[in-house]
Design a protein around this ligand. Structure first.
Ligand SMILES: [Zn+2]
Length: 419
């Protein structure tokens, strides 16, 4: 029977790399060697265990008890207890997934196949694995916050971010995926059935909450968006004083729609001029904002004389509306100017959602599933022909991963027992 006052038990499960299964089974009979092996691995990672609040965790662990896992054909799992605070850590060997009967190498192959674009259904046909089982594995990864995993890899919390929402569908309903990206890693991938400012603030607020747990003094200095109202106002609400920029490439793509009725060649010519204008301002070392203001005014006048006052006026209004966001991009050299890497992340996630479309349903664990996909995006290495071949997004951004095996990294990094 469930009781309201039931204590929340901390998840202190840790995954340890025993190199091969034979080593693990040999060590099971030798308590001292077992504990030493675990401690040596922890030392090599540089990770600390989550002891209870008051404990300084002197590293004194004794083998506490053991139990038999029935689901894995009777595999013995050991638990270790801190002699000071009595916190108990469950030690999972590398060849076991927590609460899953699926072996890591099976999950690894399936995840790589779907990462490369093969649908779950097709993978199920080839490899006799239930698509639902794979979906559940990804959801299980998604129980752990992306922020926690990334900071464990030594990545600093991002001071400058790209924020934008992906429009997607859940059956016939429109849904939104509020996303925060910095370089090649996704820091937040949320899920919202509404595109209201309140809903987006709640989603981005989840990133804000975990980031503040990691570092109470954390502040975002600059955020680049495409100017969508709900995203802009949630950035303002969550990060007071944040510099809010609008993506310059987005501005370029939007520009022709301000010249409806003008012939295509003329429109393209003007777009090229606008492109050159933004490019020259970005190249300037000083007075970039003043230069942009002047050039935008002249350019709007130029449009008015070339294709008519009505067009000139429409473009002038649009500039008026957006220029503060463009100024914000130019005034701070550290501000990202374009959201290209965020679009790439969205395209990658879109392909996964499409490959898994049978599971994108109203009763699914949407948030956990998306967070799981974000972990995979950050930790699966790029293919041989890619620019960063063999490296994962975390490494490209300067982070460290525990081992050379991405699946094992995922198992270790989402462990509940590390600080
Ligand atoms: Zn302790």
């Amino acid at each position: 029977m469930r009781q309201g006052s039931k204590r929340i038990r901390s998840n202190r499960t840790i995954t340890i790399d025993f190199q091969d299964e034979a080593t693990y089974f040999r060590l099971l009979d030798n308590g001292k060697a077992f504990v030493e092996c675990v401690l040596a691995f922890l030392l090599s990672l540089g990770f600390q265990l989550t002891h209870k609040a008051a404990c300084r965790g002197g590293g004194c662990l004794t083998r506490h008890s053991h139990y038999v896992r029935v689901r894995l054909g009777g595999l013995t799992i050991w638990r270790m207890q801190c002699t000071t605070c009595k916190a108990v850590f469950t030690v999972l060997p590398h060849f076991v997934l927590r609460y899953r009967s699926m072996r890591p190498e099976v999950a690894r192959d399936a995840l790589i196949a779907t990462h490369g674009g093969l649908s779950l259904e097709w993978y199920a046909v080839i490899c006799h694995i239930s698509p639902m089982a794979l979906y559940r594995v990804i959801c299980a990864f998604g129980q752990h916050s992306v922020v926690t995993v990334l900071t464990r890899c030594g990545l600093p919390l991002p001071r400058y971010i790209l924020a934008d929402e992906k429009h997607s569908r859940c059956l016939t309903e429109r849904v939104y995926l509020p996303t925060i990206v910095r370089g090649r890693v996704i820091w937040h991938l949320g899920y919202s059935a509404s595109k209201s400012a309140a809903a987006f603030t709640a989603s981005y607020g989840e990133f804000h909450r975990v980031a503040h747990q990691e570092d109470p003094s954390y502040q975002v200095k600059g955020a680049l968006t495409d100017g969508f109202d709900s995203t802009v106002s949630s950035m303002r609400a969550l990060f007071p004083g944040v510099r809010l920029g609008y993506c310059l490439r987005h501005a370029l793509n939007k520009f022709p729609s301000k010249l409806i009725g003008v012939s295509a060649p003329v429109r393209q010519g003007l777009r090229a001029k606008f492109h050159a204008l933004l490019h020259r301002c970005r190249q300037r070392k000083s007075l970039r904002v003043v230069a942009l203001g002047q050039r935008l005014r002249h350019f709007a006048d130029h449009i008015a004389t070339m294709v008519g006052e009505a067009h000139g006026e429409r473009v002038r209004h649009w500039f008026q509306d957006k220029k503060a966001g463009w100024y914000a991009v130019l005034v701070d050299p550290q501000m990202p100017a374009m959201s290209t890497v965020l679009d790439q992340a969205h395209n990658a996630i879109e392909r996964k959602l499409f490959a898994m479309k049978g599971f994108h349903h109203p009763g699914g664990s949407q948030q956990a599933f998306l967070t799981g996909l974000a972990h995979l995006y950050n930790l699966v290495p790029y293919q041989r022909r890619a620019q960063h071949a063999g490296q994962c997004g975390v490494e490209v951004e300067g982070g460290r991963v525990p081992t050379a095996d991405w699946m094992l990294n995922l198992q270790i990094l989402i462990s509940g027992g590390f600080r």
